[in-house]
Design a binder for this molecule. Structure first.
Ligand SMILES: Cc1cc2nc3c(=O)[nH]c(=O)nc-3n(C[C@H](O)[C@H](O)[C@H](O)COP(=O)(O)OP(=O)(O)OC[C@H]3O[C@@H](n4cnc5c(N)ncnc54)[C@H](O)[C@@H]3O)c2cc1C
Length: 365
């Protein structure tokens, strides 16, 4: 007998979604979180966009889990009264040379099974969003925004309602395989050793460190972590110009600096992509210059001085500058009874419930 059927490391959106998926299948679950609150990692520093799933390559986990996760997420948010808006998104070409990129995106969206994508002329787009500069646009009606913290609290509630526990201030310090599964070392104010049949690493930026602390996990199977910082600027002193999400065509390694009006009505631009060598969440005001340039392509009326440094998040990337952007890694093969998640960058929030189902399927196989 072990203390738990499954121990999950990390109480971000993904670890909590894994906990919910496993608890509702009747497993006794403990989610270990090193911080004193849930959801203070990557899940607290992002765009809170529900992605439709247009961008991701054919056959990738990102493509499949984003579309499945979006359906599951909207249903969960509705049934749990978590604030969200299916506000839709426009991906805009501001000059003719950008239209081929949108054509490729539309084809990819169709392959990925994204519903409702349609072309808009510049005039159609301006009829929806009068301040927009666009020669053509793609409309994605299934894209939206949501309250990610409300979502994570609802997941925690579900885990606890199914008899599971979310244990705060409890850093995972390491694990060793045992005859019944794993013995897990937990640090913090009351260090402990607990036994579990199965183990899930959903530690975001800490995933590689956790994997290195598992006896028998070959270092060669741990993908290298790169920090892909994304900076945001908020719009100050001006009314939010658009109701929908506005995106430029994608850039290598990211979706491009976009516009969103959050559920509280605040307009923000970002994230950009800046590779850094350590966790650093300070937004350099000097980056505003490139934001003005990018944003004015689709919103020429952006006034001088209206962008204020806001916040930053860090993507747990598995590729460095100039390298091919990889997929999510869901490693269920290195050790029996272990699933380790690496590189859960965007669209990880949108995909989280589908990742939970995928992890549960691996652990019951
Ligand atoms: C700038 C940016 C914008 C993004 N925008 C979007 C978006 O609009 N839509 C979307 O779908 N996705 C988006 N994403 C991606 C999304 O935010 C992430 O994929 C998702 O939040 C990852 O969740 P997670 O649970 O894996 O990681 P986290 O939220 O970081 O959770 C991991 C948890 O593990 C804990 N932990 C780490 N080490 C240990 C340890 N040793 N012991 C115990 N606990 C530990 C951490 O404290 C943390 O709470 C964005 C990401 C970034 C950076």
């Amino acid at each position: 007998m072990t203390d738990f059927d499954v121990v999950i490391v990390g109480a971000g959106a993904v670890g909590l979604a894994c906990g919910y998926a496993l608890a509702k299948r009747g497993k006794s679950v403990a989610v270990l979180e090193r911080e004193s609150v849930i959801g203070s990692g990557i899940s607290a520093r992002n765009s809170e966009v529900i992605h439709a799933g247009l961008h991701y390559p054919t056959g990738s986990l990102k493509a499949r889990l984003c579309v499945a996760g979006r359906h599951a997420l909207y249903a969960f948010l509705k049934s749990h009264n978590v604030a969200h808006q299916r506000c839709g998104k426009l991906i805009v070409a501001t000059e003719d040379s950008e239209i081929p990129a949108l054509e490729r995106l539309k084809q990819q969206a169709e392959i990925n099974g994204v519903e409702g994508i349609r072309w808009l002329t510049g005039a159609d787009a301006r009829a929806l969003e009068p301040q927009l500069n666009a020669v053509m646009a793609l409309e994605s009606p299934e894209s939206g925004i949501f309250d990610s913290h409300g979502y994570m609290f609802a997941l925690q509630g579900e885990i606890e309602a199914h008899g599971g526990v979310v244990v705060l201030a409890s850093p995972f310090e390491g694990a060793a395989p045992s005859t019944e599964g794993f013995t897990v070392r937990v640090g913090g104010p009351t260090p402990a050793s607990i036994s579990t049949s199965q183990l899930v690493i959903a530690a975001g930026l800490g995933a590689q460190t956790c994997a290195h602390a598992i006896e028998g996990f070959p270092p060669a199977r741990i993908p290298q972590l790169h920090y892909g910082k994304g900076n945001y600027f908020a719009l100050a002193g001006v009314k939010a110009p658009f109701a929908r999400l506005i995106y430029p065509p994608p850039i290598p390694g990211a979706l491009g600096t976009h516009y969103r009006r959050d559920l509280g009505g605040i307009a923000r631009f970002g994230p950009d992509l800046q590779f850094v060598d350590h966790e650093d969440y300070v937004v350099d005001p000097a980056r505003a210059a490139s934001f003005y340039q990018t944003v004015r392509r689709f919103w020429p009326a952006l006034p001088d001085g209206a962008l204020q440094p806001d916040y930053a998040g860090i993507r747990p990337k598995l590729h460095g500058p100039g390298e091919h952007q990889g997929d999510f890694v869901i490693d269920s093969e290195t050790l029996p009874g272990l699933v380790a998640l690496f590189g859960i960058e965007s669209p990880g929030l949108t995909s989280s419930m589908a990742i939970g189902d995928e992890v549960a399927a691996h652990l019951s196989a």
